[in-house]
Design a protein around this ligand. Structure first.
Ligand code: ADQ
Length: 831
């Protein structure tokens, strides 16, 4: 086969099921059983020929998970026959977890939801938890597969081009990629990650019904490339990423920025092994009498496939065109599917009953209108049915692609072909436009279209079928694989091959036109609430090294001079520290996550902290210094907040050290707040960046600030989420993050501090468009304004907390409150 030659990488396929299932014989031995399905038909030959690996569930719960997988039967002619047992890695489950993951979440939630049938979807937190467990198990097994591949192929895989290609399939495994990526990076197992969704990707309106949709989207974005059957699904996905996650996207090049990477989104319409079906059709025995015209339906028995509507449409055809009685037969072949699920059992009963009704109503002594095969048939027999049918009714209510339509086309006789009737709600309906397209919900229309197909002149049939065949021959499964490899960058390129852009351009000022143009007009008053570290200044190894870029400082200075703009910088640093680091006049500074706020006019706000708190903090500091300041970890005392930094601790020592530190926090009565590779002790007061933001807005603009002020907030960590939550709906917020999976209340994500600079520049450009008087600026470096301290009234709750603190646990031994940390000059080489 050509496939293996074309790829420069070995391939690991990860799918819910292996391409065959295992069955136990009476004597207890295992054997393989083939099963029908789009994915297997398409991908198995590729893995076989390329000597790749396949990770999946074997179809039964094995008592011994290490039992040897049997080799295939020598008589086996299926696409998976050549797959050696050493190429297979099984994922094994606890039965209850599997049931909840597979029947509960995959088939009870995602299958109906992604097919835009939300009424049928069940949302349960337990199912979702088991889905996560299952995805983790698949990810772990994939890591084993990578290790096996590296052990066999050695260093050659380290080359960029040769890195193994991990191809994750379908809705069962939407959140496996991030775990694979993270562990593979830790273990230095280079690989490329691709995902393909075989079912439709629904619109944002439907996707958002799933309570954990952000985790699904971020899971898929863990890959380098995400593939769908058709462009419509790609645009739905891009839309979801933009609207739900706030990602920056490029629709024209189909790119999404997330977790500090650019993810390619591609339409890769699956094809069939065209030549194989053509050959099968040429030799398949004839089983249908020439005197009969056959209307054929072939499906898995599933509510998305529209079987009920199809049977009703056939009944309508016989009602309206009795001339077909005794002459036309509807042959429906249905593969049993998900037979242990109630809705599928009910569907089967409904179909049995409906077929009985129609047959009871129209059967004559020599003829019955519907023949119904409930079972799996061989591809050879299937090819014979396709070839001999006059009409194929492929009328799903919703379908990712639908391979039956393509297989039917491949099996046609060129001289006397049949007619394909196709639903526009299948992915294939978007491609195979020479078919007769019909809305499956319109029963009358389906009946009339079937009549039209049965009576279509041979010229028109030939013409339509020739176009359909040409496309399917050219865009067969090999072509699909080729486009996949090309998009993954593992195709050995030939003349004429070209690759579309794979990187988004860096964030520019124009990006903010789209985000903010409707929100901020030049005549508006604007409040900019900004975090410092990781937002205005790139994160550095030591706090004093995190300096503000000169350009950012200049823009802030100019913005601070515009009378309709107010800036507040709200940081976890102490007030004096953040003020010193930014060094721009005429703006509000808030330190210690807003516990201290200093306005440009000198008014100062200080949130009181419980009297016992400071001494308690002293004990904590001492204990941390004594026991946890090693391997590069150190403690920073910011007055009312204490931060334990472990940024420089080697990763293999981190876990133990962090656990020890957390224990000490708890021991002294502090809830450890996790920050960027740091743990903080904060006073037990209900005050955070959210409340501080509201306080600042109120002091700047008065109580009704929301009526006339446009607020922008930008921050990069969990403490900023407090502000984003409080300001939700009253501000546009940006989360600066390069992490692969982050839950955020922000409207948008930005990749880095440079993009925050672009946002500031956009505001400057926008506000500069309206002429207005400038503020008089205090000279840079002038002495700080005289401070007028505003007292804060402590609430009952805060008084209560103060009391708890004063009588609380963990009175350790005393110790001076001070700061110990390495200075910049003590940094290890290369820091
Ligand atoms: P399926 O929902 O399984 O696949 P489909 O594309 O129609 O749907 O593929 C069914 C396959 O099963 C075909 O190859 C067909 O030949 C075979 N088959 C059907 N009935 C059979 C029978 N009675 N005996 C033997 N074989 C039978 C999912 C998505 C689809 C998408 C595919 C591939 O739901 O939308 O097209 O994956 O991506």
């Amino acid at each position: 086969m050509k496939e293996a030659i074309m790829s420069s990488s070995a391939m690991i396929v990860v799918s819910n099921r292996l391409p065959f299932i295992l069955r136990e014989a009476e004597d207890g031995t295992l054997h393989r059983k083939q099963c029908a399905g789009g994915l297997v038909t398409a991908v198995a030959p590729v893995v076989v020929e390329s000597g790749g690996l396949w990770v999946g569930w074997p179809g039964i719960h094995l008592e011994d998970p290490d039992v040897a997988i049997p080799e295939s039967d020598p008589e086996d002619k299926s696409p998976t026959a050549g797959l050696k047992s050493k190429q297979v890695l099984t994922v094994n489950f606890d039965e209850d977890v599997f049931d909840s993951y597979y029947n509960g979440c995959c088939n009870g939630t995602f299958w109906p939801l992604f097919h835009s049938m939300p009424d049928r979807a069940i949302f349960k937190a337990e199912h979702w938890a088991d889905y996560k467990t299952a995805n983790r198990l698949f990810a772990e097994k994939t890591i084993e597969a990578l290790e096996q591949m590296y052990a066999e192929k050695g260093d050659e895989l380290q080359l960029d081009d040769e890195a193994p290609l991990v191809w994750i399939h379908d809705y069962h495994l939407m959140i496996a990629a991030n775990t694979i990526r993270q562990v593979a990076e830790e273990k230095n197992l280079r690989c490329k990650l691709g995902f393909f969704l075989h079912i439709p990707c629904p619109s944002w309106d439907i996707m958002r019904l799933f309570p954990w949709d952000d985790e699904i989207l971020q899971g898929m974005l863990g890959c380098d490339m995400v593939g769908f059957h058709i462009e419509d699904y790609c645009f739905n996905f891009i839309d979801c990423c933009q609207r739900r996650l706030g990602c920056r996207v490029d629709r024209s090049n189909m790119l999404v920025e997330h977790g500090g990477r650019t993810v390619r989104v591609r339409a890769l319409p699956i094809g069939i092994p065209y030549d194989r079906f053509k050959t099968l059709a040429a030799s398949a025995p004839q089983e249908i009498a020439d005197s009969q015209q056959i209307i054929l339906g072939v499906d898995r028995l599933d509510y998305t496939k529209g079987l009920v509507n199809r049977i009703r449409a056939f009944e309508r055809l016989l009602e309206k065109h009795p001339e077909y009685i005794n002459k036309v037969t509807f042959l429906q072949v249905a593969v049993p599917s998900r037979t242990d699920v109630k809705v599928y059992q009910e569907l089967k009963e409904e179909i049995d009953m409906l077929i009985g009704q129609v047959n009871g109503r129209f059967t004559t002594p020599m003829w019955s209108p519907i023949r119904y095969i409930y079972g799996c048939i061989s591809h050879e027999q299937l090819a014979g049915f396709y070839r001999d049918a006059a009409v194929a009714l492929v009328t799903p209510l919703r379908d990712g692609m639908n391979l039956v339509a393509k297989e039917f086309v491949a099996c046609q006789n060129e001289e006397d072909p049949g007619v394909l009737i196709l639903s526009p709600f299948a992915g294939s309906g978007a491609q195979m436009m020479e078919a007769l397209l019909v809305n499956p919900y319109e029963i009358d229309d389906v009946a009339e279209t079937t009549h039209r197909a049965l009576t279509m002149e041979v010229d028109e049939r030939r013409l339509r079928m020739a176009c359909l065949r040409r496309r399917e021959k050219a865009h067969d499964v090999t072509y699909w694989l080729r486009t996949f490899l090309k998009e993954m960058g593992t195709l050995r390129m030939e003349d004429g091959d070209s690759v579309r852009p794979t990187q988004l351009m860096p964030v520019s000022i124009q990006d903010f036109d789209e985000y903010l143009r409707d929100y901020i007009r030049p005549t508006d008053r604007v409040a900019l609430l900004l975090d410092y570290d990781g937002t205005l200044a790139p994160i550095a190894k030591l706090p004093e090294l995190a300096t503000i870029p000169v350009e950012t400082k200049r823009v802030l200075e100019r913005l601070a001079n515009i009378s309709s703009v107010n800036i507040a910088i709200i940081s976890g640093r102490s007030l004096a520290d953040v003020r010193g680091m930014v060094g721009v006049g005429n703006i509000t500074y808030a330190g210690n996550h807003g516990l201290e706020i200093l306005h440009p006019d000198g008014t100062k706000f200080v949130h009181p902290v419980p009297s016992e708190y400071e001494s308690q903090l002293g004990y904590l500091l001492q204990a941390l210094q004594d026991r946890c300041c090693r391997d590069g970890a150190w403690v920073e005392n910011k007055g009312v907040i204490l931060t334990y930094h472990y940024r420089q601790v080697p990763s293999d020592k981190c876990e133990t050290l962090v656990a020890e530190a957390r224990e000490i926090f708890h021991k002294y009565g502090f809830a450890p707040s996790m920050a960027h590779r740091a743990i903080e002790a904060r006073p037990p007061v209900r005050w955070n960046k959210g409340r501080a933001s509201i306080y600042i807005l109120r002091t700047l603009y008065g109580l009704d600030w929301q009526e006339g002020v446009r607020v922008l907030f930008a921050g990069d960590d969990a403490t900023d989420e407090d502000a984003m939550r409080v300001l939700k709906g009253m501000a546009v917020s940006f989360r600066v993050t390069a992490m692969s999976s982050v839950r955020t209340m922000a409207n948008r994500r930005l990749p880095d501090t440079d993009s925050v600079l672009m946002m500031l520049k956009w505001v400057e450009r926008q506000m500069a468009a309206a002429p207005r008087p400038r503020r008089s600026t205090p000279p840079t470096g002038s002495s700080p304004p005289r401070e007028k301290v505003l007292q804060y009234q402590m609430s009952m709750e805060e008084k209560e907390m103060q009391h708890i603190m004063a009588n609380g646990r963990g009175r350790g031994r005393g110790g001076g409150v001070g700061t110990t940390r390495p200075t910049a000059t003590e940094l290890p080489t290369g820091a």
